[in-house]
Design a protein around this ligand. Structure first.
Ligand SMILES: Cc1ncc(C[n+]2csc(CCOP(=O)(O)OP(=O)(O)O)c2C)c(N)n1
Ligand SMILES: [Mg+2]
Length: 665
């Protein structure tokens, strides 16, 4: 089909009208970006993107990521116009209002067709890298017949300026993700004004230097856009399509200025824009012919998707493909059954990072969906297993990603993989660098994605690397993030149980905070018949050991400090002071238990003492204000681990006297 501007221009103008009218109605929002990219987006949807608006969950659809999430009206317009069931026109008219799925920024859990939540600039593009990785992996396993789709991104100056962009495109270029194409809204405007105020970077040269193919087009010339997208598709490298655009295009007095970026145009300018665009329809009305043209764009993929159904039905790989896409959750317990029984029979004193590697053995062997990796700390994070061969441009079937020193990029890519579906990513770094990935971890939680963060070297227990590497506030601060499970297991069996919980939790990401130093195995008896139903970590916190003498004290600890608590308890019991030990591997899960359970584990008639080698703030929630909080409320120090535990008072000799003093008051 030849390019027909007479057909395409009104279609693009429909996006412009909806965007400016919705922002005006909400009296907030960003009209400039959707108006500037309306032409390019129209060509993309009309002529290049593989999708079926009637079937947003079609596994082999192209993925579309609006990385410049502030331009959310662009994607809402595209979805509505091309015939997705939602958003409806009413929902668009309620843009940014409570209850409308047309949220200020696009949310993956509110609308089909919104593949990921965007708004934090740079992360959409970085998530798209993960989607493209997942696609290549599944393609390598199942072939072109079942998996062969592209990942399209619209990104702005901001997305390309953010630091994460460097990590993301470095990874994509290295991995030769040729199915990924980024349309850059090259309008030379950000909020503060012209980009020349803050940058003089040659972005195209940077992309080229990173192994990308770069092509330029006039973002308001349909034929030019189309030719650039054709070139992008044809090139085996990932492509950057630099679209020269005018922000707010169509608003005659404000276009080209940052005034259009993030404020309603105002009634006068909207009226002037209607004149310029020749748009006579009332707000939230689209003339029938234009609407019909758009609907045909959304409907044309139905043939493709039906053909794909037929290929799947006839495929020898049908069952394997469906099992892969169903995810690993159902297999988690069975995978660990024998392993836990063996641990119960023969306890192992190892670091929990090692225990994690041991659990990953059977998990990765039996669950093909798991794709591991590390940000250049494979040997320290213990994330590689014999079942996970490297994922490389030569072998996308591999299941282990060498992310390089790109913690934020890794976390965002893992979000993209999880959102794509068919793979469940886990990736490692030092816990201290969870701060480097923090906003992506937050987006894992917000987007309800199953991403598993393997974060080792979880306290001063790492020793000589010193305070820059010693997490102090990290464990507690991760607990602050809603819908994130922060696990800090105390031994081999808890580590396996926490892994099982992480693999089973399809809508909640997990962080496993793991030690560098060896820890004794505290569990065993009673665990030899493990069936998953008796996963004690599932309650978040539980009584590991009951007081022998009359109970006066309850020690609540996590991770490496649970063993310390058992030493303290032994000394207290020797003095006739009955002491329970509560292991608290996951406060989020404990908080979800009913009041009776919590009151039983943390009784009000005992002195509750928290012990954790990190900030004490937050533990009052469990100890009450009259309890005792043992921890570290300053930065660590460089020394062997044993000396540090002494220096920071994490020894029975330092803790027991404090408990006795408190009891005597
Ligand atoms: C990480 C992050 N920092 C800051 C912002 C706030 N912000 C939203 S849009 C924007 C400017 C983006 O400029 P550009 O991508 O060129 O968008 P345009 O003005 O062209 O629409 C900023 C700073 C954000 N959303 N995310
Ligand atoms: Mg811009």
């Amino acid at each position: 089909m030849t390019i027909d501007p007479a057909r395409l221009q009104p279609m693009a103008n429909a996006i412009r009208a909806l965007s400016m009218d919705a922002v005006q109605a909400a009296n907030s929002g960003h009209p400039g970006m959707p108006m500037g990219m309306a032409d390019a987006a129209t060509v993309l949807f009309d002529r290049h993107m593989k999708f079926d608006a009637g079937r947003p969950d079609w596994a082999d659809r192209d993925r579309f990521v609006l990385s410049a999430g502030h331009g959310s009206m662009l994607i809402y317009s595209l979805l509505n116009l091309s015939g997705y069931a939602r958003p409806t026109m009413d929902e668009i008219a309620n843009f940014r209002q409570l209850g409308s799925p047309c949220a200020g920024h696009p949310e993956n859990f509110l609308l089909d067709g919104v593949e990921c939540t965007t708004g934090p600039l740079g992360q959409g593009l970085a998530m798209a890298v993960g989607m493209a990785m997942a696609e290549r992996h599944l393609n390598a396993k199942f072939g072109d017949d079942l998996v062969d789709h592209r990942t399209w991104v619209i990104a702005g100056d901001g997305c390309l300026m953010e630091g994460i962009n460097h990590e993301a495109i470095g990874l994509a270029g290295h991995l030769k993700l040729g199915q990924m194409n980024v349309l850059w809204d090259d309008n030379a405007i950000t909020i503060d004004g012209g980009t020349d105020m803050s940058t003089s970077e040659d972005i195209c040269a940077r992309y080229e230097a990173t192994g990308w193919h770069v092509v330029k087009c006039d973002g308001h010339d349909f034929a030019s856009i189309d030719a650039a997208l054709e070139a992008a598709k044809a090139d085996p490298r990932p492509s950057l399509v630099a679209c020269t655009t005018v922000i707010g295009k169509g608003a005659p007095n404000k276009q080209g200025t940052s005034a259009t970026h993030g404020a309603p145009l105002g009634p006068d300018e909207i009226s002037a824009a209607r004149d310029v665009l020749g748009w006579e329809a009332a707000p939230f009305n689209v003339p029938a012919e234009i609407e019909a043209n758009w609907r045909s764009v959304g409907a044309k993929g139905a043939e493709d998707s039906a053909a794909w159904d037929a290929r799947l039905a006839a495929s020898a790989q049908k069952q394997a493909f469906e099992a892969q896409m169903a995810g690993p959750a159902a297999g988690a317990v069975a995978a660990l059954q024998g392993y836990i029984r063996a641990l119960a029979a023969e306890p192992k004193k190892v670091a929990t990072r090692k225990a994690s590697e041991m659990a990953l053995g059977p998990l990765t062997e039996q669950l093909p969906q798991l794709i591991g990796g590390s940000a250049d700390l494979t040997g320290s994070n213990n994330t590689k297993t014999p079942s996970t061969a490297p994922f490389t441009p030569e072998d996308y079937a591999g299941r282990y990603v060498y992310y390089g020193i790109r913690e934020f990029g890794m976390a965002a890519a893992m979000n993209g993989m999880a959102l794509h579906g068919g793979v469940t990513p886990y990736g490692g770094t030092f816990l201290i660098f969870s701060d480097y990935c923090r906003n992506a971890i937050r987006l894992s939680a917000l987007q309800q994605t199953q991403v598993i963060y393997v974060m080792t070297h979880d306290s001063i227990g790492l020793g000589e690397d010193g305070p820059t590497h010693q997490p102090i506030e990290q464990v507690m601060s991760l607990r602050l993030i809603p819908n994130l499970m922060t696990f800090r297991p105390c031994d081999t069996i808890e580590t396996a149980e926490c892994w099982a919980l992480a693999v089973k939790s399809t809508q909640t990401p997990s962080v496993l905070a793991l030690t560098r130093q060896g820890l004794p195995q505290l569990r065993g008896e009673g665990d030899e018949t493990w069936t998953g139903a008796d996963n004690r970590c599932a309650k978040g916190g539980y009584r590991l050991q009951s007081a022998k003498a009359a109970r006066k004290v309850v020690l609540v600890a996590s991770g490496s400090e649970v063993a310390l608590a058992t030493d303290c308890a032994a000394q207290l019991e020797a003095q006739g002071i009955g002491t329970d030990i509560v292991s608290m591997p996951c406060t989020e899960l404990f908080d979800a238990q009913d009041a009776a359970y919590k009151a039983d584990v943390l009784p009000s008639d005992a002195l509750i003492v928290s012990i954790e080698a990190g900030v004490t703030q937050g533990w009052e929630r469990y100890t009450g204000l009259s309890g005792l909080n043992i921890g570290i409320d300053r930065f660590g120090a460089s020394a062997p681990a044993g000396q540090l535990f002494e220096k920071f008072g994490l020894t029975p000799e330092a803790i027991v006297p404090q408990i006795l003093k408190k009891l005597s008051k």
